[in-house]
Design a protein around this ligand. Structure first.
Ligand code: NDP
Length: 322
């Protein structure tokens, strides 16, 4: 089978289309014939070496497909089931072996391509808005990169929960996208001081929570946008990792809370996974949740997909097809 592998971490040119054997599923594993793989920022972190893996490794943390074979002791899925998953590495391939407990069945009304576009980013938006800082209708949230894959889903879920959403976006086109998915206000953070704007838009009070996936470039002003006892949810590093933090800063800015969450900890049990994936796929089928595919790339175009995501070209979901 074909698999996109990294032998040495570095730039997009390090992604090689290799021919390797189809792996057999072991106990409690299923072999999935991949229909569509999602492209996510985490793939860039693994490719560049920010997140560690032993080389050579196959990229990709999200996919949909059909179960081709199962190992011993698999009860969650059967051969022929349409399934989707996130957070097992190796989805940029024609086949992937996945722990069966991480697979969810894709409902009849949902296309496999659509399922692949919401598993990782949709469940992330779900835990951020429902669990890390459970939004309520009296809250104001600042959502960075709101036209992005995760950002646009987070805006929609924040609105479902009744919160006011102040969004940031890198261009007028992206601002329009953030508005279209429900943001109440959008700040063009490349041109405007988003901290001053967030303060102005809240009458000086500051926001209850900042969902910050941009990282190094926004960190300081994100802290400055919060009201006393607000929470900064630092969940990504699109502009680079946040530098070391002095806890005293949280005190001087008003007894702030800081968390650095990851999806794996918020899908800790099968029950939790089925709750989040179930909500996301049901909302998708009902049309309550919108996704926008930026582009579907072929395997030979995987490097281009990474350049488009890292280069802030994309707005929406990037997909990869074997
Ligand atoms: P996006 O589609 O959001 O793309 C990233 C966006 O970040 C860009 O489009 C851009 O939007 C913005 N951005 C700001 N500064 C930069 C920069 N210097 N370089 C590149 N992009 C920049 O990607 P994803 O939805 O895949 O991921 C978004 C973030 O969420 C990532 O940081 C990712 O690691 C994180 N994440 C974290 C998870 C977790 O559980 N912790 C799970 C899933 C995602 P604009 O032009 O509008 O500024």
């Amino acid at each position: 089978m074909k698999a996109i592998r990294v032998h040495e971490t570095g730039g997009p040119e390090q992604m090689k289309v290799d021919q390797i054997d189809i792996p057999p599923p072991g106990p409690k594993q299923a072999l999935v014939k991949i229909n569509t793989s999602g492209v996510n920022f985490i793939d860039i972190y693994f490719r560049t070496g920010l997140y560690k893996a032993d080389a050579p490794f196959t990229l990709g943390m999200e996919a949909s497909g059909v179960v081709e074979a199962v190992g011993e002791g698999v009860s969650e899925v059967a051969v022929g089931d349409r399934v989707a998953y996130a957070m097992t590495r190796g989805s940029y391939a024609e086949y992937a072996v996945v722990p069966s407990a991480t697979l969810v069945k894709v409902p009849d009304g949902v296309a496999l391509e659509a399922a692949a576009s919401v598993m990782l980013q949709g469940m992330t938006a779900h835990y951020l808005s429902h669990s890390t800082f459970p939004l309520e209708n009296h809250h104001t949230a600042l959502v960075h990169a709101a036209a992005g894959g995760t950002g646009a889903l987070l805006v929609q879920m924040a609105k479902m929960r009744g919160a006011r959403v102040i969004a940031t976006a890198g261009s007028a086109g992206k601002a329009a996208r953030a508005k279209a998915v429900g943001a109440d206000e959008v700040i063009l953070y490349a041109e405007q001081d988003f901290e001053a704007e967030a303060r102005r838009l809240t009458g000086g009070a500051g926001v209850d929570v900042v969902y910050d996936s941009v990282g190094a470039a926004t960190w300081e002003k994100s802290l400055g946008s919060l009201k006393p006892r607000g929470m900064i949810v630092s969940f990504g590093n699109a502009s680079g990792a946040v530098p070391a933090v002095q806890p005293l800063v949280l005190s001087t800015k008003g007894s702030l809370f800081l968390t650095r969450p990851t999806l794996a900890s918020y899908c800790a049990t099968r029950e939790e996974l089925l709750w989040r994936a179930g909500d996301v796929l049901r909302w998708l089928a009902a049309g309550t949740l919108q996704t926008k595919v930026h582009r579907v790339y072929g395997f030979e175009e995987a490097a281009q997909a990474h350049m488009d995501l890292a280069g802030r070209v994309s707005a929406g979901k990037l997909l990869l097809k074997p």
